[in-house]
Each structure stands twice: as C-alpha cells, then as structure tokens.
Design a protein around this ligand. Structure first.
Ligand code: ADP
Length: 641
C-alpha cells in the first residue's frame, strides 16, 4: 500500500471560498471551464517561455495543447495540458491557499454584507468583481482530482478534494508532464443551471463562447458519422486560436473582446472601454487595452498583479509589464504585442529601450484621450470611470508632468456648486463670477469638514464656488500644478483673500482702517501671547459667523501635507500659521474691550489660547495639548454658571 497519502487542511479563507462555490453562488456555472482552460493556457505560455530561456530544461514543446476528455459512464470531465505543471509545494501553495489579497478582502466584504442583512444573498455584482479560478470547479463537481508534474521534475503529484475542509496529496510516479484536472460531475440539474458537461455540444458551445481566442489548440475527441452511417472517432480542435489584437478590427465581435478581457483580467464584469491601437513602420506593435468598469480591491495594495501583458510576435513574454504603463494607469489591462523585440527580452532591457519608452508614451496618451472622449460622448460612463479610478489617475498629476494638462482636463472634483455631482475644471471655469481670477479650493479630510470650516464663510456668503479636495493625493498635486487654462489654483485657507469688488472695497475702506487702529494693540499682544503656535494674529476678511480661523501663508505647506511627510519618516519643521480674527464677532469684540480695560488679567491669555484652539478644531485639526485645552475651557464654563 502507498503510505504516502497525506491529508491536509485548506487554509481558512480558501475554505470559505470553497463553501461559496459548493453552495453555488454563481448562477452561470459554465464559466468553470473557462477558468480551467485559462489556467491551462497560462501553463502552456509558461513552459514555452521557460524552455526558451533554459535550454537545459528537459521538455518537449513541439506539441503544446489542451485536451478535453469526457467519460459519460463515469460522469467525469478532464482538462489536460502539457504545460509547466506544479511541484508538490506549488500545489499546496497555489491550490490550498489563497495568495491573492483581493480575494480575502472580497470574502470579508461578503461577510459584512451578510451580517448587515442576513436576507440579502451576495449580489452577483459583488461576486462578479473577480474570478475565483480553480475553485469554481466545485460549482459543478463534487470531487476534483488534479494530477500534475512540473517540467524538469521526474515525479508527479496527485491532489484530490471534495471541496470540504481537507484535501489529500500523494506522489505519483507515472504522471505525464503538465496538469490534468478531472471533475467528478454533479448530477445534471437544469433548473440550477447545472448542465450535462459531458455533452459534446455543450462543451463546444462553452469553448467557442469563452475561449475561442486562446492561442493554444483546445482539442477533443468527437464522434463522426459518415454518409454510410459508420461512427468514427477523431480529434478536433474546437477553438480558432486567433489572437484578437491581430485580427482586423471589424471582424471581432464585442463579445469576443469581453471574453478576452475576462481571460486576461480575471474580472468577471464587462470592461468599461476597449482600446485598440496599431502602429506600423519601424517599430511595429499592436495593442488591445481595456479600462475595467470597477476598481479591483487591490488597487492600493503593493504586490498587485496583472496589468498589461507583453507579447512578442504572438508569444507571451510577461504579465504586468510595468514598462508599458505608468503606476497611475495601473488599472488598465490588456495586451501589447511588439514585432521587433527579442523573445529573450528582460525587464532591464525594456527599461532602457527607447522604442519601449516611445510606445509607452503613445499608450498613455491614447488611454487619456479615450477617457476624454468618454467624457464628451458618454458622460455616465465617464462618471463611473472617475468614481472608480479618479484617485489613482490623480497620482499622474504628481508623477507625469508631461501629461498634467491632459489629466487635469479629464479630472473631476467635488465642489460647492453641487452636493452630489463632481465638476470638471472646464465646468468650473464656465461658472466663474465676473472678475474672478482664481480657481478656489480647499483640501481636507472630508466634504463635511471642509464645508463647515470657517474658511468657507465669506466664499459662501459671496457665492464663490470652491472645489473640495478630499483625497490625500490632492494635497500633493494641487500646489505644484499651479494653474489650469490660465487660472491659478488658490487655496481658500492660505494667504489673504480678496473677494470684494472695487466698490465694496471703497465702501469698506474707512471701516477697515478704523478696525485696524482699534485692534492694533490687541493683535500685537495676541501675536506675542501665542508666539509658540502662530506667526501672526491679524484681522480677517474671510469670516462672517466664526470668531477665528487659521490660515497659511501663500506658499506654506499645508498641515495635512506636513503630517503626511512626517508619517513617511521625513523630518519636517512645524510650520507656524496665521490666526485670523473676525472683528465683528462678539467674542472678539468683548476680548478687545476686556483687553482695553485690564491688560494684566491672566484670564485674557487663556481666552486667546481658547480662541486659537477652537479655530484649530473648526478646521478639523488636532490640538497639541487637548487635556490642557479641556481644563482651561471647563474652568471657564464653571465660572460662568
Ligand atoms: P488564478 O488562475 O486566478 O491565479 P487559480 O485558483 O485558478 O487562480 O489558480 C491558482 C494558481 O495555480 C495559478 O495562478 C497557477 O499558478 C496554478 N495553476 C492552476 N492551474 C494550473 C495548471 N493547469 N498548470 C499549472 N499551474 C496551474
């Protein structure tokens, strides 16, 4: 007896995912075959490349293909490839655990959803956010056997599971190189969309629909009846194997593109936009790119995989070819097939290749111009795009100066002009008031915090529109960006504001002079008192109802940015800002009066401190010593009761 059979447990997350599969959360079960074929196709790509790079590897790559075999009597379906195969460790690693961080998060989301509303089945929309690969076999099978041998190794592995908590694994001596996955099919149940997957026509249909473009032959033995009624068996290739990007544009149906997208992206949702490019001449290439319709879970995680794949003359070279797409367009998926590169090309070579750099520039411009077209021709789609990817695209405003203007052109921002709909900068410009010189904005943690901050008061009162920038990346690009179409970006929390018309200015001049005189002593004293916190205390023209606010000098770094730099471990000196007082607010006028009457009252300094603290809190800032603030405030309240 073979005593080498080991029973191992699936990792917790893998178990959960399997549970979902066994309990059939996907209505479309046919897709399991697409997943298996997709894996087999990847395995064939890999073995061809490895054989090419490692001449010592003992593999025969002359007849790489995928076989589909059925056994009607046993009700089994086998998908077999002679690709790279897996070692024992790889089987345990790749099949027994879930390496993809996005998947784990997906499961948490599902759980949250269930917790909140037990009745709500996980929506297909949520589930559609990514493929689940190999595990989808458990939708249609109650037992799955996988036999595999890694290219270059002389012993194989047999893995088997019924999708419950455990699987078995054992060595096998006579496994052919590559992988064979055998499904022991569940009984047919049409109501549950569970078909007879041993049926030739069903298999043909699925392969044609989902996997026609796969570059390797997908073969199956089929029955033929000749004119005399004799039945013969012969092997047929079910797919056309044509690379979509190499076919004339008009000859490819929309659905074919969509299936191809699903194959390369492992996303089960249709893409938002399909981009095709063709360059001829000295450096020939074809590109087929996709903008997904939603952001993957791992968009902001490191180690995220799969962006643009590089092919050379139809041969797969690498996944996630960073050299072809900048970070800020990392959500773009697709294939670039270059005709003039060596199959042996490495990442290092790509980084230095001028042609590649040129290609990348063109790809980037094409993606940006596609978004621009979307904006003009299909506003809803554009809005979806921006909601999903805007945060990432804005990173380009920092990193891709060459395209900064194009990115600003396709960007949208929250704004005071509409509580829900974001605005583009063009729309902002159209709404600008007569004589308005700048594009006003404020950065902050949330719309609510910015909207209620004192800085907004005069802008609101006078009807100036303000952009509300709430993404962390906004802090970084907005200042250096400088301007859009000749109008400067101006933070409402920085510098002096000047919103009055010439007439208003004249009318207010006399009053302002008087206020400056009346408050001069108080301001000087307060600047001195709050010296460690602020660099100046002055009168404000931006407040209507609050007593005070804190502003930066025109070129000061914002407090959030300062915090961000510190968080990244950079040494940052604390930038002192300016405290502005509202000369018409009762708190300020009373302080002024008290100051005139009893300059030496130690209570005055506390009041100054409280005013500063409140201004800080009003903008969502943090007190340097909250317990002291509370002590001073509660003493004060106790006395006034
Ligand atoms: P995904 O394909 O999305 O990565 P799967 O669960 O389908 O997820 O597969 C996990 C991994 O197992 C694959 O990434 C691959 O490394 C490996 N694998 C699956 N099928 C095969 C196969 N037929 N040949 C070689 N490796 C495979």
């Amino acid at each position: 007896m073979d005593t080498q059979v080991e029973t191992l447990e699936f990792e917790a997350e893998a178990r959960q995912l399997l549970q979902l599969m066994v309990h059939s959360i996907y209505s479309n079960k046919d897709t399991f075959l697409r997943e298996l074929i997709s894996n087999a196709s990847d395995a064939l790509d890999k073995v061809r490349l490895e054989a090419f790079r490692d001449k010592d590897l003992d593999v025969d790559t002359s007849d790489l293909h995928i076989d589909i075999e059925v056994d009607k009597a046993q009700r089994t379906l086998t998908v077999r490839d002679n690709g790279i195969g897996m070692s024992r460790n790889e089987v345990v690693q790749l099949i027994g655990t879930i390496a993809k961080s996005g998947t784990v998060e997906f499961l948490h989301k599902l759980k949250d959803l269930k917790g909140k509303d037990a009745a709500a089945a996980p929506s297909s929309e949520l589930i559609g956010q990514f493929g689940v690969g190999f595990y989808s076999t458990f939708m249609v099978a109650d037992k799955v056997t996988l036999v595999t041998r890694r290219a270059g190794e002389n012993r194989g592995v047999r893995w088997e599971s019924s999708g419950a908590g455990t699987y078995t694994i054992e060595p096998v001596d006579d496994a052919p190189q590559g992988t064979a996955v055998t499904l022991h099919l569940k009984p047919e149940d049409k109501e549950d969309q569970l078909f007879d997957y041993t049926d030739e026509w069903k298999i043909r249909e699925i392969v044609k629909r989902y996997s026609d473009f796969i570059a390797w032959p997908i073969r199956m033995e089929v029955e033929r009846r000749d004119s005399d009624g004799n039945v013969t068996r012969e092997t047929e290739t079910l797919n056309s194997m044509k690379a979509l990007w190499a076919r004339p544009k008009d000859s490819v149906a929309e659905d074919e593109y969509k299936e191809f997208y699903k194959h390369i992206s492992h996303d089960w949702t249709d893409p938002l936009e399909i981009i095709r490019m063709q360059a001829e001449g000295t450096f020939e290439y074809q590109a087929l790119l996709f903008i997904p319709s939603r952001a993957p879970f791992d968009l902001f995680m490191r180690n995220r995989k799969r962006g643009v794949q590089l092919y050379v003359k139809r041969v797969f070279i690498m996944d996630d070819c960073e050299e072809l797409m900048p970070e800020y367009l990392r959500f773009v998926k697709g294939v670039v097939d270059a005709q003039d590169l060596s199959l042996n090309v490495s990442r290092e070579m790509l980084q230095q290749d001028r042609q590649i750099q040129l290609m990348r520039r063109r790809l980037v411009k094409k993606v940006l111009s596609t978004v621009k077209d979307m904006m003009t021709n299909n506003r809803d789609r554009y809005e979806t795009f921006w909601k999903e990817f805007g945060r990432v695209v804005k990173e380009g405003l920092v990193n891709d100066l060459e395209n900064r203007d194009s990115i600003l052109e396709i960007a949208s921002f929250e704004s005071t002009s509409d509580p829900e709909k974001p605005t583009t900068l063009r729309q902002y410009l159209e709404r600008m008031k007569d004589g308005q010189q700048h594009i006003y904005y404020m950065t902050g943690e949330s719309r609510a915090i910015i909207e209620s901050s004192p800085h907004m008061e005069a802008f609101r009162a006078k009807g100036f529109e303000v952009l509300l920038l709430t993404d962390p990346v906004d802090e970084v690009w907005v200042e250096p960006a400088g301007e859009f179409d000749g109008k400067r970006f101006q933070s409402i929390a920085k510098g002096q504001v000047d919103l009055d018309t010439e007439e208003e200015k004249k009318a207010a001049e006399a009053q302002r002079d008087q206020q400056q005189k009346d408050f001069a002593d108080l301001l000087a004293w307060m600047t001195n008192t709050l010296e460690t916190e602020v660099k100046e205390v002055r009168l404000s023209s931006r407040l209507t109802s609050s007593a005070a606010c804190i502003v930066g000098d025109a070129h000061d770094i914002s407090p959030t940015l300062e915090k961000m730099y510190r968080a990244m471990g950079q040494d940052m000196p604390h930038t002192k800002r300016i405290l502005e007082l509202n000369p018409t607010h009762p708190l300020v006028t009373s302080l002024q009066k008290a100051f005139d009457e009893r300059k030496d009252d130690p209570g005055l300094a506390e009041t100054a401190e409280l005013i500063y603290g409140m201004a800080l809190l009003a903008e969502g800032g943090e007190l340097s010593d909250p317990s002291r603030f509370i002590r001073v405030l509660s003493d004060r309240l106790a006395r006034s009761l």
